[in-house]
Design a protein around this ligand. Structure first.
Ligand code: UDP
Length: 465
């Protein structure tokens, strides 16, 4: 396993963001955590450093460390087959067939072998009485071994679906032997609990955003403009590369972040979706919806799809991105001139987070047209920034948005027309959009900031130790 270095972030700074009551609660929680966890290590294990789980660990662990907790982060080692199995589990947990491959005894043997090797590497480090937090299906198989080490084991599953019972059976059958051995299971929604787990083994804890992280901290409009201009995301005229045949074509990766459509013109109102290049985020659906609703949109409205630059081994993400670029190329020229696809550089994590922050603040409307979503941190991030959000009513998005109050929900995630009708309404009714944005910010402040999340962990550890 690989250790991700975690520094400390001052809890006092977080407390300063809160009202007096919440700040006092946070300080009391800090004292409790210090007492409960003295002499113990809290190990977090994830399959990757990116995505929503990475975002959460990157923001929560520094606060825990500042509170005197020896919180650490380990990332699994595995071969391509292991990560294929993990991706398959991930897809099935979202009621998606994924690559359609097996989750049978052979896959189980491989999964156990890889996790056994990972466990061996930390056997000497994990001590009896430590707390181990395993994140998502890829790590669940470590539960029995960690228990044997005398650790208290929490399995936190960030995934789930509201699909009817039975659809996830394939994944649960695979995971049950390990998950059943965890001391507690943490889920993002109560409806995600599988039948084999008693309610008292499960705690529901929603994710959160850190108001002070590079992803979410305040940025003034000048900083936003500078960040987006420097990255080539906004500025100049919307241009596309011209091929030898004279047809527009997506820019090559070497040309910077923009992959198609060139930078968004400075005065344009941007409709944004920022997500990983994952089929379930349905970036191509957003592009098609934009094209179909194009004639109803004012002329200053542009669409920007932004995702992280694709890692070389990530063929699934490359396929999704290529699919979008292909659709873009087939659009009518006037639509293409107002549709943009960007891959945000990932080499400098803080810079990448600042770009997402700036894009969300710059957007006139933020869309999240996911087909499935465990929770949907990109939604929380946009709500926190007071943006009017249009999102599909799937998974945890439903816990964040009350339709018509702090955003707009589209009931059917495949309803392209529904998405664009909501987008057009928000663009046409700025006062309504502004009202939703204000309510959105307030909702995140009340329910989805790091302090609530940290305190729920302290409660959980308290009942386990
Ligand atoms: N994200 C990012 N850079 C990118 C694209 C996405 O940092 O270029 C972040 C995004 O801001 C969010 C996380 O990745 O914090 C995605 O979390 P979410 O819960 O929305 O979805 P997941 O990736 O976990 O399915």
């Amino acid at each position: 396993m690989r250790t991700v270095e975690v520094s400390a972030a001052p809890l006092a700074a977080l407390a300063a963001e809160l009202d007096e009551v919440a700040a006092r609660r946070l300080t009391a929680g800090e004292e409790r955590a210090r007492r409960l966890l003295a002499g113990r290590t809290v190990w977090n294990v994830s399959a990757a450093e990116g995505g929503g789980v990475g975002e959460l660990l990157r923001t929560m662990l520094p606060y825990a460390r500042d509170g005197g907790v020896d919180a650490r982060w380990l990332v699994l080692d595995g071969d391509a087959e292991f990560f294929r199995i993990a991706a398959r589990l991930h897809a099935v947990m979202h009621a998606d067939p994924g690559d359609g491959g097996e989750l049978g005894p052979e896959e189980m043997a491989h999964y156990d072998r890889v996790l056994g090797a990972n466990l061996e590497e930390v056997r000497e480090s994990v001590a009896s009485g430590d707390v181990v937090l395993l994140h998502d299906p890829a790590t669940a198989g470590l539960a029995p071994g960690m228990r044997r080490r005398g650790a208290r084991v929490i399995w936190r599953c960030h995934l789930g679906t509201d699909a009817p019972d039975g659809i996830l059976d394939r994944a649960w059958a695979f995971l049950e032997p390990a998950v059943a051995q965890a001391d507690r299971v943490v889920l993002s929604r109560p409806t995600y609990r599988p039948g084999f787990l008693e309610a008292d083994a499960v705690r529901v804890i929603a994710p959160s955003v850190d108001p002070l992280s590079p992803k979410n901290r305040r940025l003034d409009p000048t900083a936003v403009s500078r960040l987006l201009a420097d990255a080539g995301l906004v500025g100049g005229a919307a241009v596309a590369e011209q091929g030898a045949d004279g047809a527009d074509r997506p820019a090559e990766p070497a040309d910077g972040a923009m992959r198609a459509g060139g930078p968004v013109p400075p005065g344009a109102r941007t409709v944004l979706q920022v997500s990983r290049w994952d089929r379930l985020k349905d970036m191509s659906g957003v592009l098609i919806a934009f094209a179909e609703g194009f004639d109803e949109l004012p002329e200053d409205v542009h669409l920007l799809l932004a995702g992280a630059a694709v890692a070389p081994h990530d063929s699934a993400a490359a396929d999704v991105l290529d699919g979008c670029l292909e659709i873009w190329q087939g659009l009518e020229p006037q639509v293409r001139a107002r549709a943009h696809v960007a891959c945000l550089p990932t080499g400098d994590r803080e810079h990448n987070a600042l770009l997402v922050n700036a894009l969300q603040r710059h957007a006139a409307v933020v869309v999240q047209k996911s087909l499935a979503e465990g929770f949907g941190l990109t939604v929380t991030e946009a709500l926190w920034k007071g943006r009017p959000v249009v999102a599909t009513a799937v998974g945890g998005i439903q816990d964040q948005i009350t339709d018509g109050t702090n955003g707009l929900l589209v009931p059917d995630p495949t309803d392209l027309h529904g998405v664009m009708t909501c987008v057009a309404r928000l663009l046409a009714e700025p006062a309504f959009a502004e009202r939703l944005g204000q309510a959105a910010h307030d909702r995140v402040r009340r329910e989805f900031l790091s302090d609530r999340h940290l305190l729920q962990y302290v409660d959980l550890v308290d009942e386990l130790l």
